[in-house]
Design a binder for this molecule. Sequence first.
Ligand SMILES: Nc1ncnc2c1ncn2[C@@H]1O[C@H](COP(=O)(O)OP(=O)(O)OP(=O)(O)O)[C@@H](O)[C@H]1O
Ligand SMILES: [Mg+2]
Length: 228
Amino acid sequence: MNKVIISAKKVERIYSNGIVRTYALKDVSVDIQQGEFVAIMGPSGSGKSTLLHQLGLLDNPTNGSILIDGEDVVQLSDDTRTRFRLEKLGYVFQSYNLIPELTALENVYITPMARGMPEEEYTAKAKEMLTKVGLGDRMDHYPSELSGGQQQRVSIARALVNKPKILFADEPTANLDSDSSADTIRLFRQLNKEIGQTIVMVTHEENEGKQADRIIWIKDGIIDKAKK
Ligand SMILES: Nc1ncnc2c1ncn2[C@@H]1O[C@H](COP(=O)(O)OP(=O)(O)OP(=O)(O)O)[C@@H](O)[C@H]1O
Ligand SMILES: [Mg+2]
């Protein structure tokens, strides 16, 4: 059974810096199904990150509507949006954004801990996720004691510890060598298959895009239908 988890209609994002207006997104409409692994691809500056930020509630569109899990997220108050983001969405970026003073395990459980989950529960969940991403034997390592690929896997475990409805990733392999990049995409594919994780990933690597269920091509702020 298919269920649309993200429905974006006529989304526009105009950046205004003084007198300069940049039409980063013009009239973009996309539907993403629950359980889909989607790649967003297109040339540099075409609007990929901007689109990801709109769909992931990291930014607000200038015009248009976005429904996530049936909720009209553009209309939410700032507080409600923040809560929605924390409860339902997870993020992975090209810089892993780990806290250097914390071990892998602590980096993963810090959010559920801060949200008041009991210690036994957040420790168990963090261990489970680190094991799932293949770092069961590295939990007590600090980020500086891990390779780039391993650090990215910690950040993926951190994004998933809360079981988000959607995982957003913006060029997650941009700082990785080709082996670690392939491992990361394989991990996404596996998480998508095993736990039905919905994933929306920006990439500029065509071989990575091909491993997703579908590629959404963007060019000059619009969907590039010619590239279907
Ligand atoms: N905060 C901002 N203020 C003004 N213009 C911006 C801002 N962020 C992005 N832009 C512009 O919007 C357009 C789309 O940018 P975006 O970052 O979405 O591109 P991208 O496809 O992710 O590119 P890349 O592959 O290089 O990451 C670009 O022309 C960019 O210069
Ligand atoms: Mg980008």
